[in-house]
Design a binder for this molecule. Structure first.
Ligand code: AMP
Length: 131
């Protein structure tokens, strides 16, 4: 069965899209640790990030870098933290989390709640920095 992220890529379930190209897709995490928390995925459904072939992993890193720079300009933060867990969704993804302190990337923190309008506004602001 297709992963939830494959369904997002295909538009079968909605997402707050940040960026997309032929191979990669970035969207806001629906249970964010911080405002601007974004997931970056390869469109190809591979569970474990270190099973991606070298070129795809390289491409994912470069695509992630572009998205991270845009988040950094859109959300007040000291820098963008990077994490790979993959314990919940078996489709490789990189978490980008705006950081003001180390505690901001503690996945045991309660997740933030935003309205649909707030999610849209955050996504818009990040997208503008990519344009
Ligand atoms: P993990 O696999 O442990 O890296 O966690 C998966 C992440 O995907 C969690 O932070 C979830 O909040 C996030 N997530 C799950 N479903 C969705 C969705 N439909 N849209 C956006 N983010 C999601």
């Amino acid at each position: 069965m297709a992963s939830i992220f494959t369904k997002i890529v295909k538009g079968e379930i909605p997402s707050y899209k940040i960026a997309e190209d032929e191979l990669f897709y970035a969207f806001l995490d629906i249970n964010p640790l911080a405002k601007g928390h974004t997931l970056v995925i390869p469109k190809k459904e591979v569970d474990y990030i270190f099973d991606l072939d070298d070129n795809l992993l390289k491409g994912l890193s470069l695509f992630t870098k572009k998205v991270a720079k845009a988040i950094e300009k859109s959300v007040p933060c000291k820098r963008i933290g990077v994490a790979v867990l993959g314990l919940e969704v078996p489709h490789a993804h990189i978490h980008l989390v705006p950081l003001n302190s180390e505690q901001d990337i503690n996945f045991e923190n309660p997740k933030l709640k935003f309205t649909q309008e707030e999610f849209c506004d955050i996504a818009d602001r990040i997208r503008k920095e990519l344009a």
